[in-house]
Design a protein around this ligand. Structure first.
Ligand SMILES: O=C(O)CCC(=O)C(=O)O
Ligand SMILES: [Fe+2]
Length: 232
């Protein structure tokens, strides 16, 4: 991990408000990326494996980590949570939600566990030529943190072609808007899990976000997904 991730709050906040995503360049070093990708075959690290085509989720494979998480992931998850929790609370207030997110991840994890969401959600994804990830949301129960993070672990144009990270914003009474997030190896994207508040001329409205990955045309693409709420 590159020291402590540099999170510039005003930029993060205005990006998430304006378009639902913010890029964190070089969140992980190339050697962290290689170590994490290599973990894909370490069965003892994972609690379950999903073959996406079996569920109509797309094509490719992903694996949910078991607790305890690898040290670099645990540290990153805690540190990102702490940076994002104040904004999560501001969003909850604007969306009229009663949720209040504690300042640190162990406290939020305790809330998840108390409401029956006990299984870890961070995951490793592997795509090969022809694979893709359909637009979706990562909601795993009643409690959900409004942001999640994905870190690209492979290098575009070198390790793979295609495989763009995409997001859509579904806006009330308007056509959906699409985003393609430019990522290099080690870069991360912070994005809204579900609903994002947006300032309109007649007050705040809600935008529904979905994310996915376009088809990989060549090679192999790994991603680390960091979701903060645990699953039922
Ligand atoms: O592979 C990707 O870039 C997207 C992964 C994903 O869906 C996630 O991290 O939740
Ligand atoms: Fe996802």
């Amino acid at each position: 991990m590159t020291a402590e991730p540099e999170i510039r709050t005003p930029q993060l906040e205005s990006d998430l408000e304006g378009r639902g995503w913010h890029r964190l360049p070089k969140l992980l070093t190339p050697s962290d990326c290689a170590d994490l990708s290599a973990m894909f075959d370490a069965d003892e690290r994972f609690r379950s494996t999903v073959t996406m085509q079996r569920h109509g989720f797309g094509r490719g494979e992903y694996r949910y980590f078991a607790y305890p998480l690898p040290a670099v992931l645990e540290r990153l998850r805690q540190c990102l949570y702490e940076s994002l929790a104040p904004l999560a609370n501001r969003w909850a207030a604007r969306l009229g939600a009663s949720a209040s997110f504690p300042a640190d991840l162990p406290a939020f994890t305790s809330l998840c566990h108390a409401s029956g969401q006990v299984r870890p959600t961070p995951l490793l994804l592997r795509y090969r030529a022809g694979d893709y990830n359909c637009l979706h949301q990562d909601l795993y129960g009643y409690l959900h943190f409004p942001f999640q993070v994905a870190v690209l672990l492979s290098e575009p144009d070198v390790d793979f072609d295609g495989g763009e990270f995409v997001l859509t914003e579904q806006r009330p009474r308007m056509q959906s808007r699409a985003h393609v997030v430019p990522l290099r190896m080690g870069d991360a994207v912070v994005f809204a899990v579900n609903e994002a508040p947006r300032a309109g001329t007649r007050g705040t409205y809600r935008v529904k976000m979905r994310h996915g990955v376009s088809e990989i045309r060549r090679g192999e693409r790994f991603t680390l997904g960091i979701i903060f709420h645990d699953a039922r």
